[in-house]
Design a protein around this ligand. Structure first.
Ligand code: NAD
Length: 264
């Protein structure tokens, strides 16, 4: 892999991925709607990095991002659909605008990038990979953040559909689903409503205590990319038991139980 595009690259996981890709000798196009933070991340990376302020919910902006990437580096063979947002609150209290933003960024943002990049990668005809970021939460739904759970489940599903389509075409584009566990980042930056304060502080405390930094997390992802893995789940200790338990619960038709809420 020689040229990577990373959306949501202004902080957290995306910034870590961009830095690690450059460390491994790749050229990187960093995209984020936060132009100022993006420039701060990109500047130390020098000539191998290009920052392109991009709102992934805007199809025209995503087209401009792709134009900029091909103009500067001549190809794109690794696309990280990483930009994402999270809000907390009860399902019925989270405002419609916040629900719409979650769909717009977490799902439509990924689709906009696929609509723009897949045809260009197919036309290039050279081996490439698309890594869509869901979450462990895309397999294990959580109370108090249902827009996140719902949109990340959607990313898990659409990514498998995408993979099946490209595989059926014998396309040279490989696909990966990335499901991070806790990583220190700005993902919980939105102020919670009163009803979600306890949950929000439990979650931010858990990220601080157990989270990897973006720079610790990124090498695990790029190693999995180098191995050609579809399922990139770098923190299995946060996934395997919960996923097995959920599957067993559904198989046994057991009602879901949520420990986290009871402990608050
Ligand atoms: N941090 C975690 O514990 C964790 C766990 C599982 C999954 N994830 C996922 O990892 C990805 C990266 O998140 P992070 O934890 O680094 O959080 P973060 O908030 O630090 O980074 C997300 C970045 O996306 C950008 N962004 C948001 N909306 C955008 C838009 N419309 N267009 C372009 N950029 C936009 C933000 O400006 C931000 O820089 C997200 O998809 C998130 O859901 C994170």
């Amino acid at each position: 892999m020689s040229v990577a595009v990373v959306t949501g690259a202004a902080g957290g996981i995306g910034a870590g991925l961009a830095r690690e890709a450059v460390r491994r000798g790749m050229k990187v196009v960093l995209a984020d709607r936060d132009a100022a933070m993006l420039d701060q991340v990109a500047a130390p990376l020098g000539e191998r990095a290009l920052a392109v302020a991009t709102d992934v919910t805007d199809p025209a902006a995503v087209e401009s991002l792709a134009d900029a990437a091909w103009d500067r580096f001549g190809s794109v063979d690794l696309l990280f659909n990483n930009a994402g947002v999270l809000v907390t609150g009860t399902t019925w209290e989270i405002p419609k605008a916040s629900w719409e933003k979650a769909w717009a960024v977490n799902v439509e943002g990924v689709l906009n990038c696929l609509r723009t990049f897949v045809p260009r990668m197919l036309a290039a005809g050279t081996p490439s990979r698309i890594v869509n970021t869901a979450s462990v939460g895309g397999f294990l739904p959580s109370p108090m953040m249902s827009p996140y759970s719902a949109t990340k489940f959607a990313v898990v599903a659409l990514t498998e559909s995408l993979h099946g389509e490209l595989q059926a075409m014998d396309a040279p584009i490989a696909v990966s689903l990335l499901a991070p566990g806790p990583v220190k980042s700005g993902i919980f930056r939105e102020t919670p409503p009163e009803s979600a304060r306890g949950f929000h502080s439990t979650m931010t405390g858990m990220l601080e205590e157990n989270g990897l930094t973006g720079d610790e997390f990124a090498p695990l992802v790029l190693d999995a990319v180098a191995r050609g893995e579809y399922w990139i789940i770098p923190q299995p200790m946060t996934f395997d038991d919960g996923f097995a338990a959920r599957n067993a619960q559904i198989t046994a038709r057991q009602t879901p139980q949520f420990q986290l809420l009871r402990d608050e």
